[in-house]
Design a protein around this ligand. Structure first.
Ligand code: OGA
Ligand code: MN
Length: 292
C-alpha cells in the first residue's frame, strides 16, 4: 500500500470501489482499481465523482480509451461539448474530441502555457475536461494545476469581502491573437462577445468559493478604473499560482486526467524539445453559469 498524504479536503467516507492516492496537499489524486474502457457501475461512478470533488484533478494510469469510450466516461460528469473557438475536425466521426498534437515539424508553441481556466469567454464555461495522453515523452510538457479554492482562502477577510463585490469581463481576444500569430494553428476568425462573470464563484457542487479570474481570458474588472483593474488582476494572478496551490502532473502515455475547471487554473510547461511527440485527446464536459 502506498503512503498517502493527508489533505485538508480528504474524504471522510471511505472508498470501497476505487483506491484514491492524493498526490500533494494542493490537488491531484491517482485513482486505482478502475478500467475506464469498460462500463462503470453507479457506485463506482459516484466514488469517482466524489474523489473528483475532493481532489480537483483525478488521474487514471495505464488506460487505453478510444474516442467513443472517452466520450462515454466524460458524460458521467456532463454533456460533452466541442470548443467554441477551435474547430478541429481531427477525428471525423468525433468532432467533440479535441486533438492536441505536437511533433517534429509541427512545433506547438502552445497558447496553453498561459495560466488559464478553459473557455471562460463562454456564459457557461466547461465543468472540466478529460485529457487522455496517447503519446508523450515523460518529464516534458507537464501540466500544472493551481487550486483556486486555496488561493481564495489564503486572502485576508478584507480582500475577500472586496472581491466578492466585483465582476469581470472575459474575452477571447488574447486567445485569438496568440493563436493567429502562429500559422501552424487553424485561424480563429470570430470570437464570441465578452461575457461577465463574478470574480469569486461558488462551486455548484461543493459550495466552496474559489477565485475565478485568469490571464487567458479575463481582461478587466468592471467596477474599477483600468489602472486599478490591471493592478488588482496582476496581484491576483501572482497570488493564485504560488507553489503551495499547485499540483504538477508528469504525463505518461495511457494517463487519463480529469480536472475541475470551476476551481482550478492550469498551464502547460513549455520545456519540450522540437521533435517530441505529444498527443492528447481532450473531451470537455459542459458546466453551469458561474455565480457568487
Ligand atoms: C487545453 C489545455 C493542457 C495540456 O487544451 O486547454 O490546456 O496538457 N491542455 O495539453
Ligand atoms: Mn486549457
Amino acid at each position: 500500500m502506498s503512503q498517502t498524504i493527508s489533505t485538508a479536503n480528504a474524504p471522510v467516507a471511505p472508498y470501497t470501489r476505487i483506491t484514491v492516492r492524493p498526490m500533494c496537499a494542493a490537488a491531484g489524486a491517482v485513482i486505482g482499481g478502475v478500467d475506464l474502457s469498460r462500463p462503470l457501475d453507479g457506485e463506482t461512478v459516484a466514488e469517482i465523482r466524489r474523489a473528483f470533488l475532493d481532489h480537483c484533478v483525478i488521474v487514471f494510469r495505464d488506460q487505453d480509451l478510444d474516442p467513443a469510450r472517452q466520450i462515454a466516461f466524460t458524460e458521467h460528469f456532463g454533456k460533452v461539448e466541442g470548443h467554441p473557438l477551435y474547430r478541429t475536425p481531427d477525428i471525423a466521426e468525433f468532432p467533440d474530441v479535441i486533438v492536441l498534437e505536437h511533433k517534429a515539424g509541427k512545433f506547438y508553441k502552445g497558447k496553453n502555457k498561459l495560466w488559464h481556466s478553459d473557455v471562460t469567454v463562454s456564459e457557461t464555461p466547461p465543468l472540466g475536461s478529460v485529457l487522455h495522453c496517447r503519446a508523450c515523452w515523460e518529464g516534458f510538457a507537464d501540466t500544472m494545476f493551481a487550486n483556486q479554492y486555496l488561493a481564495y482562502e489564503a486572502l485576508s477577510d478584507a480582500m475577500r469581502g472586496f472581491l466578492e463585490g466585483l465582476t469581470a469581463e472575459h474575452s477571447g481576444a488574447l486567445n485569438q491573437t496568440l493563436n493567429n500569430a502562429d500559422p501552424i494553428n487553424a485561424r480563429i476568425e470570430t470570437i464570441p462577445d465578452p461575457v461577465v462573470h463574478p470574480v469569486v464563484r461558488t462551486h455548484p457542487e461543493t459550495g466552496r468559493r474559489a477565485l475565478f479570474v485568469n490571464p487567458g481570458f479575463t481582461y478587466r474588472i468592471r467596477e474599477l478604473t483600468n489602472e486599478e483593474s490591471a493592478n488588482l488582476l496582476a496581484f491576483l494572478y501572482d497570488h493564485a499560482v504560488q507553489h503551495q496551490f499547485i499540483y504538477r502532473h508528469r504525463w505518461r502515455p495511457g494517463d487519463v486526467a480529469m480536472f475541475d475547471n470551476r476551481c482550478l487554473m492550469h498551464s502547460v510547461v513549455q520545456d519540450h524539445p522540437h521533435d517530441m511527440h505529444r498527443l492528447m485527446h481532450r473531451t470537455t464536459a459542459a458546466g453551469d453559469r458561474p455565480y457568487l
